[in-house]
Design a protein around this ligand. Structure first.
Ligand code: ADP
Length: 305
């Protein structure tokens, strides 16, 4: 149930991060002292934005004022509508939203340890054990989304946040799409950042839930090596590698890790495992406690919700 709130109900403090049209602040709800994240989306920037390169969003109920309804505004409408429908321990909760003349405000569950991009920058690379712990939680969140007919379409380090107890939470539903479960394939224009883009999006062929599975493969390689597998100096170079499936994995990776990655980074989306098959992959049940890999990381251990 949404509360009838305005910015006056919150006390803003430090800046937590910046996105394309938004700045995110830590905030305290005056009524009960709850610490939250307040994403302030600049309405002017949003209205002026050219949205040609963004995908369509389907028909969503309008939760925002539609006086100047541009494509970007439609996208934000879709983001809020989809995000507001979901509730899972591995998904950042959208607690409330409201707007004034200048901004649209999203009140989000606070993830006080920031995003995984920053975490990886500090640690350079992660062990297979730590990667297992992190990715298991992303898979759990994605399993929930896919079960509800939602494709996230922008799984990447900066959209994976860390809670106070180092639980991993999927954020940013700006590119998410809800589709009828009976009709899997969607036909879209290019979305996502080049490093994480899947061949079916790069070559503009139909894609669906398998897009998130591809991004999981990119995520695993990035966590283990510190670099996305298709990284080059140019967008064109990366897209070329993606469409021709050109990547190499270090031979030091375990058999389970190699098998999981190779299965997710299949150019043909139909050959990729679905999210249930990913969850059941041996990589996630491998016991790293007796391997030489250190276990001195901070992540909350994964378990049933
Ligand atoms: P955009 O959709 O414009 O890219 P994001 O939602 O990704 O914006 O937010 C930008 C950055 O702000 C994130 O990468 C993260 O560092 C920070 N951030 C976003 N939401 C939260 C949150 N709930 N808790 C803590 N930090 C957040």
């Amino acid at each position: 149930m949404l509360l009838d709130e305005t910015l006056d109900h919150y006390e803003l403090s430090c800046e937590l991060g910046k996105g394309g049209f938004a700045t995110v602040y830590e905030a305290r709800r005056k009524a009960d002292g709850l610490l939250v994240a307040c994403k302030m989306i600049d309405r002017k920037k949003l209205e002026q934005a050219n949205a040609h390169h963004y995908p369509s969003y389907g028909n969503h109920r309008h939760v925002l004022p539609s006086s100047r309804s541009t494509a970007m505004f439609e996208r934000l409408n879709a983001e809020i509508t989809i995000h507001h429908q979901v509730k899972h321990r591995n998904i950042v909760e959208l607690l409330n939203y409201f707007y004034d003349d200048k901004y649209v405000y999203l009140i989000l569950e606070l993830c006080s340890h920031g995003d995984l991009e920053r975490y990886l920058k500090e640690k350079k690379t992660l062990s297979e054990s730590e990667t297992q712990t992190i990715v298991k939680q992303v898979v759990d969140g994605l399993l929930y989304l896919h079960n509800h007919g939602i494709i996230h379409r922008d799984i990447k380090l900066s959209n994976l946040l860390l809670s106070e107890t180092f639980e991993v939470k999927i954020a940013d539903f700006g590119l998410a799409k809800k589709i009828p479960l009976t009709r899997e394939q969607t036909n879209e224009t290019i979305c996502g950042t080049p490093n994480y883009i899947s061949p079916e999006i790069a070559s503009r062929t139909p894609h669906s839930f398998a897009t998130d599975v591809w991004s999981l493969g990119i995520l695993i390689v990035t966590l283990l090596t510190g670099h996305p597998p298709f990284d080059t100096d140019t967008v064109h170079g990366t897209l070329n590698k993606v469409t021709h499936e050109i990547y190499e994995l270090p031979t030091t990776f375990s058999e389970e890790a190699q098998d999981l990655i190779n299965s997710t980074l299949k150019k043909n989306a139909e050959l990729r495992p679905n999210i249930i098959e990913i969850r059941d992959h041996p990589f996630f049940s491998k016991d790293f406690s007796r391997s030489s890999q250190s276990n001195n990381f901070k992540f909350a251990s994964w378990g049933p919700a």
